[in-house]
Ligand binder design. Sequence first.
Ligand code: 5RP
Ligand code: ZN
Ligand code: CA
Ligand code: ZN
Length: 202
Amino acid sequence: LNSVDEAVEAIRRGEVVIVVDAEDRENEGDYICAAEKATPEVVNFMLSGRGQLCVSILPEVAKRLELNPVVVQNDAPLKTAFLTPIDIRTAKTGITAKERSETIQRMASSECTVDDFVRPGHVYPLLAKQGGVLRRAGHTEAAVDLARMAGLHPAAALCEVLSDSGDRATREDLGNIAVKHDLKIISIEQLIAHRRVSEKLV
Ligand code: 5RP
Ligand code: ZN
Ligand code: CA
Ligand code: ZN
């Protein structure tokens, strides 16, 4: 694994990083990049993970864009907080890498408004807990934390990585992918520990 600082620097440069959660949680690796850096090329690469492309946002953005939970009662085992999926209003269908990039980058603008988007769309917003990985040890919070720590707008795109067989990519698979594409790879446990130390919470 890389250091958290290396991953934060990569996020700042607009690179995709791989973030793994605990082996006794999902035991998954997600591609993550800052929303404002999610160019069509970056989105196209992230879609090669073949998971669900989502964007983690903070409650204030969800409120401003009037994005509500997709269900009233969330029964998902880890309560992953899916909100109304949206597309940028100028999109033709919303699914292309370019159109999803435009949707994601617009969501990362402090000027975006509810009228910039149509619903339902093809980009899934996820509601991150205020307080990030110190509140919930999920990819949703790790994504927002990384963008914020990089000094960027606190919103980030994520997509799970599957193996060639379609199963969850193993740590070994993820290590190979990181080498192949020259990506930094960190764990949420590392991020939690790093924040505790750097914010003097220990
Ligand atoms: C969205 C998901 C992913 O697991 C994503 O990583 C967000 O979930 P969590 O915050 O629970 O890790 O289900 O496709
Ligand atoms: Zn640091
Ligand atoms: Ca999940
Ligand atoms: Zn996850």
